[in-house]
Write a protein that binds this ligand. Structure first.
Ligand code: FES
Ligand code: FES
Length: 133
């Protein structure tokens, strides 16, 4: 089996799927190579991510990593969420096949794009940590 049990679990039973109508930040990112799209919605209260939902139109690894990313950042502060790397998400899933690591980049990007949107909506400068190298 090339996928870990955790990847299969999050693919078959993704956590926090859906949308948040009155989200404080929404991030939409796409992978130009494969065309997969991920949308992340955040509720933020006093700098803490109180709720998060996602919709991913993409491969199983993209779905599993977005699901895991929502679990990692829920209840965390913005600062903590901004330190979440795609490698950490893949690690939390007990790894991804090398050619699927790019799928996890989408999850990191979606979280950062949603946080950038949060700052923009508030009329505040977007911190540099919101951009993905
Ligand atoms: Fe087809 Fe991602 S490229 S599902
Ligand atoms: Fe496109 Fe996985 S193949 S994100």
């Amino acid at each position: 089996m090339i996928y870990s049990d955790k990847v299969m679990d999050h693919f078959n039973h993704p956590r926090n799927v859906g949308i948040i109508e009155d989200a404080d930040g929404v991030g939409t990112v796409g992978n130009p190579v494969c065309g997969d799209i991920m949308k992340m919605y955040l509720k933020i209260d006093h700098g803490v991510i109180t709720d998060v939902r996602f919709k991913t139109f993409g491969c199983g690894s993209a779905i599993a990593t977005s699901s895991m990313a929502t679990e990692i950042i829920k209840g965390k502060t913005i600062e903590e969420a901004l330190t979440m790397t795609n490698a950490a998400v893949a690690e939390a899933l007990d790894g991804l096949p090398p050619h699927k690591m790019h799928c996890s980049v989408l999850a990191e990007e979606a979280v950062k794009a949603a946080l950038a949107d949060y700052y923009t909506k508030r009329g505040e400068p977007v911190p540099p940590e919101c951009s993905v190298e």
